[in-house]
Write a protein that binds this ligand. Sequence first.
Ligand code: RP5
Length: 161
Amino acid sequence: MKVAIVMGSKSDYPVVARAENILKDFGVEIETRVISAHRTPGIAETFAKNAIQNGIEVIIAAAGKAAHLGGVLAAYTPIPVIGLPIKSSTLDGLDSLLSIVQMPKGIPVATVAIDGAENAGLLAVQILSLKYPELQEKMIAYKAKMEADIIAIDAEFTEGA
Ligand code: RP5
């Protein structure tokens, strides 16, 4: 099972690293690349066209500003693309979010929150879990732990009350 994380610039990496960490926690193989829809468009096209034969099953595309990376990759491949809008400009990432989410019909890009790297990783895991039952088991355990952690925090506030 393999997820590609493509970012438009090395400057996106501090956010992207959080998606990598989620995927590593779930034991998913990662291929991380720096490819720009604008600065290296030919490489973006080749990467997306070869994604399936390179074993990639889901793509996370992280980009900021006029964030066209996810849309361009999705144009060239039938596999799911998750857009991760990066807060990288004077517009606080709203530019990135709208650039990614407002895809024309026919070329969907699933979009997470601005800098929502953990959810990009988790959504990729959920897509893969349709094919890999062991990932679904891990996702169920992840949610159960999250619930238990919050119940424990709640108890700290309510004990003695
Ligand atoms: C986008 O422009 C990148 O994804 C990055 O978020 C933003 C700024 O890139 P740099 O100027 O830091 O390389 O293409």
